[in-house]
Ligand binder design. Structure first.
Ligand code: 2NL
Length: 343
């Protein structure tokens, strides 16, 4: 019995002095002192050899020893885990990480970026403004008369609480705001989302995207407008694309025109896309109406300018051969993933 108690005292010192600084040493400790073939187990097996009157004392000493070993094990387990020693042992940090798949740009964004960057190269800067606008900036300043159909409840989303507010029907509000700042000349490109109260179908939606442009300075002429837009379509659709201007009407420009490009699908031979005319309409444009300039506090005798506007969805449908405009706003990942390599 005395011998056994001495043995335990020796093991206690061993437990206390045992160095555990990594997972391997922790496991060695466990096997030696607490394992199924370990010291604690074999000491308990000695119980049967201890005289009955000493059993109680021996059991107590042995239990204390076991608790000491368990406490040491538990403490070391926690410190080695938090030091990350397990990491060194079990985690291969050189393994490649989980793959995070790249997203893709939205087709409308792709087309918008192309349009915008062409005009940026010509010295236009990007401007933006609110999508919730008041009547003045969206309609009145643009010389849209009180009875113009665009102003109708049927065509525009008005805000119930304040009918002076509406969802902008074009990004011209950005240009109006810019002109009212009174800093000239102005050369801006205004991409953004616009809203019209239309029945949603494969061909039209109640919101879509636009790019409008504005150039105001002294002596800006229709020739500047034509040459700038011609440069634009050549960059956008290729060097051999042709353009034609057709007279048109907008309340905010005079004269006004619609610009067609020779069909960039069939090259002008005639196809389903250009309805066998060889031409595709891509934008409206004109010289800013003197009344619009005056509405914005610009002297129309000194300054003149041109403006243009184009939708983004329609060319995007054609360029990427998409047959339903609703796909652009449904956020279906199967659709969007197809643009991973698109430019
Ligand atoms: C179209 C036609 C156009 C403008 C937009 C504009 C803006 C100001 C003053 C004058 Cl502030 N004009 N914008 C001019 C002509 C045509 O858009 O078919 N857009 C999709």
């Amino acid at each position: 019995m005395e011998q056994l108690l001495e043995q335990i005292a020796g093991y206690r010192r061993e437990v206390e002095n045992f160095q555990i600084s990594d997972a391997r040493q922790l496991e060695e400790f466990r096997i030696k002192f607490l394992g199924s073939k370990g010291l604690t187990k074999s000491l308990f097996a000695e119980m049967k050899n201890v005289p009955n009157e000493k059993k109680k004392e021996f059991g107590q000493v042995l239990n204390e020893f076991k608790q000491l070993a368990e406490a040491k094990y538990e403490e070391a387990r926690q410190t080695t885990a938090s030091q990350g020693s397990f990491g060194e042992e079990q985690l291969d940090l050189s393994l490649p990480g989980d793959e995070i798949s790249l997203g893709s740009r939205h087709p409308v964004t792709l087309v918008r970026n192309r349009i915008v960057s062409i005009f940026q190269r010509l010295g236009f800067s990007v401007a933006d403004g609110p999508e919730i606008e008041d009547d003045w900036n969206n309609f009145t300043a643009l010389n849209l008369p009180e009875n113009h159909p665009a102003r109708d409840m049927q065509d525009t989303f008005y805000i119930h609480q304040n009918p002076d507010w509406l969802l902008r029907t074009h990004t011209s509000n950005v240009q109006i705001r810019e002109m009212q700042k009174g800093q000239l000349p102005i050369r801006i490109i205004c991409p953004g989302r616009v809203y019209r109260n239309e029945t949603i179908s494969a061909r039209s939606h109640c919101f879509f995207h636009q790019v409008e442009g504005l150039y105001i300075d002294e002596n800006v002429s229709f020739a500047d407008l034509k040459q700038t837009l011609y440069f634009f379509v050549q960059e956008m659709f290729g060097r051999d694309v042709k353009v034609r201007f057709r007279p048109s009407y907008f309340p905010f420009t005079e004269p006004s025109a619609e610009m067609d490009v020779s069909c960039f699908i069939c090259g002008g031979k005639g196809c389903r896309i250009c309805k066998h005319t060889g031409w595709v309409e891509i934008l409206g444009c004109g010289m800013v109406h003197p009344k619009v300039l005056e509405n914005c506090g610009i002297d129309s005798n000194k300054y003149s300018g041109y403006a243009f506007g184009m939708g983004i969805e329609r060319p995007a449908l054609l360029l990427y051969d998409v047959n339903d405009i609703r796909l652009f706003s449904e956020n279906d990942a199967r659709f969007l993933r197809q643009f991973v390599n698109a430019v």
